[in-house]
Design a binder for this molecule. Structure first.
Ligand code: ATP
Length: 199
């Protein structure tokens, strides 16, 4: 699995539609200060479902939408799509190529898609569990993140190892099941109460 392309439109400094295509080997993005290099990494974080605007270096989610310049009016929406080669089927989906996209309008309306089909944020998270790519993954290492990992709490560091070991999805499912069990137990208590009232 590898990143084939990133398409960006209206996201941060990228007003016009732009497509980055990646090939074999290492790709570096170079440019003067403030030219938008980090915005490319932000776009990838964002499309993977990042909800914390601080991680995207803004103060409110609308800040990711192109806010205009002296020469150009602000835009009404931000759009990012990443396409991954999945011929090795590392992603649990039966396609050789997977495109995940996210769109946000100024009204706050937003939409995620996997291969052109509208989906929930949860579906995007589930697609990337245990691949290292998800928003909690280690595929994007930001400035200062290594220090944060080294000086972080053991539980936080553990999350990284869980992801690498491929057990995050099982842990999430376990928690979901425990929650359902708990809800059912509460329901049973209620049913027993009603039954005892009727007796
Ligand atoms: P450095 O080398 O200094 O780290 P960089 O190339 O990584 O810089 P970025 O931090 O990616 O640059 O981009 C910063 C630029 O993006 C700034 O000029 C900022 O005005 C612009 N920018 C950020 N958000 C928006 C937005 N919503 N609309 C328009 N421009 C934006």
């Amino acid at each position: 699995m590898y990143l084939k392309s990133i398409e960006i439109q209206g996201f941060k400094s990228f007003a016009n539609k732009i497509k980055f295509e990646f090939h074999d080997g290492i790709t570096g993005i170079v440019g003067p200060n403030g030219s938008g290099k980090s915005n490319v990494a932000d776009a990838v974080r964002w499309v993977l479902g990042e909800q914390k605007i601080k991680q995207l270096r803004g103060s409110k989610m609308e800040d990711v939408i192109f806010s205009g310049t002296e020469m150009r009016k602000p835009l009404g929406f931000a759009f990012v799509a990443i396409t991954l080669d999945n011929s090795d089927k590392k992603l649990p989906i039966d396609y050789d190529e997977v495109t995940v996209s996210r769109r946000l309008f100024r009204s706050g309306e937003s939409e995620y898609m996997i291969n052109g089909t509208v989906c929930r944020l949860k579906d995007v998270h589930e697609l990337f569990y245990d691949t290292g790519i998800g928003k909690e993954g280690y595929s994007i290492i930001g400035q200062g993140q290594i220090d944060k990992i080294l000086s972080g709490k053991p539980e936080e560091r553990r999350e990284l190892f869980d992801e690498a070991a491929g057990i995050v999805k099982f842990k999430r499912r376990k928690n979901e099941t425990l929650k359902k069990l708990n809800d059912e137990e509460q329901n049973l208590v209620r049913v027993e109460d009603i039954l005892s009232e009727l007796e």
